[in-house]
Design a binder for this molecule. Structure first.
Ligand code: NAP
Length: 293
């Protein structure tokens, strides 16, 4: 919905179904006199002010879990496509540039037996790790908390972010966008990575400083990037990153399978209906609103 139209309507509505492009900030919420529930069609909540919702005692629903496997599949697809240069190969064929088989045509890197660093070992990061075990990868992870049981079950090893960046052949971002993760990967972090490294972002665009990434890809500080999400979104077609052969970009398709989008829609509708009926949301991101104090 156009932001102006939403602002004009916000005082009247009792339930709001929103998603990633909708900016739900404190100013908007303060005018939401009748709002009893917000249902977000996504798991990430960075487009809305969750703290303000909690203060105003508005329960917020989201869609964790149902999109985990599809999004992890997308991360693996991006990583493989990027390291094996599939988009470049596809463009070569399509543009009539494929003349003959050649032993040095579009050589890439390997995923199998490589070291992969996962930044954010939550639901999606763990699903990515499970898949990468099938590629015989050595798995590293980082995050605010060590996950001892995951270390055993998934065979992942914990490192602080700088050490993970230094050690990994491929780095995958699967952490939420919050103030402390905004531009988590900037110039200093990119400098730590191997010149042969791949950076995959399946989380949210602003986790990466886009100008620093474009410079790192242009100077060979890292080898390639594969982005499901960008900053800004949509990214303009004349953006430096879009024009680079070693940067693969897709339009935020992480959870975009028929079955998963249907499951997300069902979950969002269930959250909305529960909120309107005055019931506890099945998937509530701020359960503190139900505390009696
Ligand atoms: P989740 O289960 O909450 O996992 C997030 C993980 O990130 C947690 O393990 C958390 O660690 C970790 N984390 C938090 N701050 C961090 C930091 N500063 N550095 C490193 N790790 C940090 O969430 P999820 O379901 O896996 O989803 C993760 C994110 O993916 C979502 O927030 C959303 O933005 C994005 N997403 C994107 C798509 C897409 O279409 N591309 C689809 C779905 C989700 P602790 O457990 O220690 O707190």
């Amino acid at each position: 919905m156009d932001p102006g139209r939403l602002a004009a309507l916000i005082g009247e509505i009792e339930g709001l179904l929103c998603s990633i492009p909708d900016r739900i900030d404190r100013g908007l919420l303060e005018g939401a006199r009748n709002l009893r529930v917000i249902s977000q069609l996504a798991v990430g909540l960075d487009n809305l002010d969750l703290a303000a919702c909690t203060e105003l005692r508005i329960p917020v629903g989201h869609t964790p879990g149902v999109l985990t496997d599809t999004t992890a599949d997308t991360a693996i697809a991006l990583l493989l496509a990027s390291v094996r240069r599939l988009p470049e190969g596809e463009r070569l064929v399509r543009n009539g540039g494929w003349e003959r088989w050649s032993s040095d045509l579009l050589l890439g890197a390997d995923l199998h037996h490589s070291t992969v660093g996962i930044v954010g070992l939550g639901r999606i990061g763990s699903a990515i790790a499970r898949r990468l075990r099938g590629f015989d990868c050595r798995l590293l992870y980082t995050g605010p908390n060590r996950k001892v049981s995951a270390e055993e079950t998934l065979g992942v090893s914990y490192l602080q972010l700088p050490d993970l960046l230094r050690s990994a052949d491929h780095v995958i971002l699967s952490a939420p966008l919050r103030s402390e993760t905004r531009q988590l990967i900037g110039r200093a972090e990119l400098k730590l990575m191997k010149p042969t490294a791949t950076l995959v972002n399946i989380a949210r665009g602003p986790l990466i400083d886009p100008e620093a990434l474009a410079d790192a890809l242009a100077t060979g500080e890292i080898a390639r990037a594969a982005l499901d999400v960008t900053d800004p979104e949509p990214i303009p077609p004349d953006h430096r990153l879009v024009l680079m052969d070693n940067c693969l970009i897709i339009p935020h398709l992480g959870s975009a399978s028929h079955a998963t989008r249907k499951a997300m829609a069902q979950m969002a509708v269930d959250n909305l209906a529960a909120g309107l009926a005055g019931e506890r949301l099945p998937a509530c991101a701020n359960p503190e609103v139900y505390d009696s104090s």
